[in-house]
Design a protein around this ligand. Structure first.
Ligand SMILES: O=C(O)c1ccccc1N[C@@H]1O[C@H](COP(=O)(O)O)[C@@H](O)[C@H]1O
Length: 207
C-alpha cells in the first residue's frame, strides 16, 4: 500500500484536511524556503497530528544542534536531509533519517543502493531552493533494481499524475508540496484530491 506525505504545511486547516483525508506523513520545512516554519509553529501544528502519522522535518545542511532541537521539541519522527549532508554526518547525528537524492540522471539513482538511511527520497533538483520545485524528473531513471520498500518519490506530483507515478515507480511513499497549492498556498481541496488519488490507485491496483 503506497503511503502519502503532504509536505510544506504551515496552517492548521491544511494539517487537519490532510489528517482527515488519511495522510500517512506530514512534512514541516525548516530550511530556507517560502514554506519555512519556526520550531514553535511546527510544534503547535504537530499537536493536531495523530501518533500514527509520521512527522518529518525537512532540513538543508543544518547544524546537528538545530535538528536535535526540532526533533525533540516538535517532536519529529524523521529528519529529511535535503542538502549535501554526507553519510558520515547523518550517521553522527544518529536520528531516524531520510536522505534525498536529486535526480539528474541514472547515476544519481545508483547512489540509493549504498545509502544507509531508513528511507531514500528521489526529487527533482531545486532551482530557487533545494526542493519544492514542482517539477517532475524522468521516472525512467528509476527503472532499475532499487530498494522500493524504502523509496519515497517526490518532484512535481499532483492528483493528475500521481496514479501513473505509482504504477511506474512502485514507491513506499509519494510526497507532494507544490501540487497541492494554489497561488503558492496549500489548498484543502487539492490536498484531499491528492490523497484520494493515491488511495484509489491502491484500491484498484495495489497489492
Ligand atoms: O518545499 C520546499 O520549499 C523545500 C525547500 C527546501 C528543501 C525541500 C523542500 N521541499 C521538498 O521538495 C519535495 C517536492 O516538492 P514539490 O512537490 O515538487 O513541490 C518534497 O520532498 C518536499 O519535502
Amino acid at each position: 500500500m503506497t503511503k502519502v506525505k503532504i509536505c510544506g504545511l504551515m496552517e492548521l486547516q491544511h494539517v487537519q484536511a490532510a489528517v482527515d483525508a488519511g495522510v500517512d506523513a506530514v512534512g514541516f520545512v525548516f530550511a530556507p524556503s517560502r514554506r519555512r516554519v519556526a520550531i514553535a509553529q511546527a510544534k503547535e501544528l504537530a499537536r493536531f497530528v495523530p501518533e500514527h502519522v509520521m512527522k518529518i522535518g525537512v532540513f538543508v545542511d543544518a547544524t546537528r544542534e538545530e535538528m536535535e532541537r526540532a526533533f525533540q521539541e516538535v517532536p519529529l519522527d524523521f529528519i529529511q536531509y535535503h542538502g549535501d549532508e554526507s553519510e558520515e554526518f547523518i550517521k553522527t547525528v544518529g536520528l531516524p533519517s531520510i536522505k534525498v537524492l536529486s535526480v539528474r540522471g541514472v547515476e544519481d539513482v545508483e547512489n540509493a543502493k549504498t545509502v544507509q538511511t531508513e528511507y531514500v527520497l528521489f526529487d527533482t533538483p531545486g532551482t530557487e531552493f533545494r526542493g519544492g520545485s514542482g517539477e517532475v524528473f524522468d521516472w525512467s531513471f528509476l527503472d532499475g533494481n532499487l530498494p522500493r520498500d524504502r523509496m519515497i518519490l517526490a518532484g512535481g506530483l499532483n492528483a493528475q499524475n500521481v496514479k501513473e507515478a505509482i504504477r511506474r515507480t512502485r514507491p513506499f511513499m509519494v510526497d507532494v508540496s507544490s501540487g497541492v497549492e494554489i497561488d503558492k498556498r496549500k489548498d484543502e481541496t487539492l490536498i484531499r484530491e491528492f490523497i484520494r488519488a493515491v488511495k484509489e490507485e491502491e484500491s484498484l491496483y495495489g497489492n
